[in-house]
Design a protein around this ligand. Structure first.
Ligand code: NAD
Length: 268
């Protein structure tokens, strides 16, 4: 098996990276940063997001696992104290793969230039630094509403515990092939009206956002930010691709949610 390791870059994460690498090479596993079967991220959730985007072109051939060296890791669920156990598991035992849905975002410019396609593990947000975001929202080809406000967040089920949660969105189990649209401070009065509730769309429902003013937009795709001018439309839907996580022990989603947000006293 070929593996690679991505570190957050701090001293502790780099040290753990070297330890894991040396042990796994001793166990006759191949270190390969170009075509790894297993990618180990050492750091936090941000490091796992970085690892995901590094290998986004070969998701069907790559499984991810996260070791956390900071606090609260939602994707990074192995602790440094468990390193020896994890190394032996990787070296000796075949792992189970769990697959989670992803978000596909397609940004089409007005100019007729080629569209850009992104995959997000957590979410895409649409914001502007030039006043309000004003756009028409179409769902499955039909006009749904005109949105005015600070912006919108479209999240995956595994990303529903991230930015989406802070916006009052629901937490979705990743076995649901769905995306969730949440509002950021929508303007609601006698003139302007939006639904005000998060919307959960199944995989066969595409959401299209059509800007109604010529603002430049700030898009985030997970931890990555991009600025676009002259946007014709932004299409969001459940992607055909999935992310694959290597599981060496059961760690149910609701337990992870409980341990991250309620209390981790029972997990020790
Ligand atoms: P960061 O360093 O600001 O970390 C954001 C926090 O989000 C960290 O505590 C991280 O552990 C947590 N997180 C990331 N993914 C998560 C998930 N799926 N479930 C639960 N918690 C999760 O930023 P970063 O490390 O570059 O990560 C980018 C992510 O930060 C974005 O994808 C977005 O979801 C999140 N974010 C959250 C808010 C908010 O909650 N108000 C605002 C901006 C960005």
């Amino acid at each position: 098996m070929k593996f690679s390791i991505l570190s957050r870059g701090d001293e502790k994460s780099n040290k753990i990276r070297t330890q894991i690498k040396d042990y796994l090479v001793e166990f006759k596993l191949d270190y390969d940063e170009v075509e790894p079967d297993l990618v180990i991220s050492v750091g936090g959730d941000g490091t796992l997001l970085e690892a995901f985007h590094t290998y986004v072109e070969r998701l069907d051939k790559t499984a991810f696992i996260g070791v956390h060296t900071g606090h609260l890791g939602f994707y990074a669920d192995w602790m440094p104290e468990e390193l020896e156990k994890l190394i032996i598991e990787i070296a000796r035992n075949p792992y189970r793969v769990v697959e989670y849905p992803l978000l596909e975002v397609t940004i089409t410019p007005n100019s007729g230039a080629e569209e850009d396609r992104y995959l997000a593990l957590n979410e895409c947000t649409i914001k502007t630094s030039e006043g309000s975001v004003v756009l028409d929202i179409e769902i499955k080809g039909d006009h749904f509403e005109t949105f005015r406000g600070d912006g919108l967040c479209v999240s995956t089920p595994s990303g529903s515990t991230a930015y989406n949660k802070a916006l009052g969105g629901a937490i979705l189990h990743p076995s649901l092939e769905a995306i969730q649209v949440t509002e950021m401070a929508s303007i609601n009065n006698r003139v302007f009206r939006t639904i005000g509730s998060p919307l959960i769309l199944p995989s066969h429902h595409t959401c299209l956002f059509k800007p109604l003013n010529d603002r430049s937009f700030l898009f985030t795709i997970d931890h990555i930010t991009r600025t676009y001018k002259d946007v014709k439309s932004i299409q969001c839907r459940v992607a055909e691709e999935k992310v694959r996580f290597a599981r060496f022990r059961p760690f149910p989603f609701w337990k992870r949610v409980h341990d991250s947000f309620v209390s981790d006293e029972h997990s020790k």
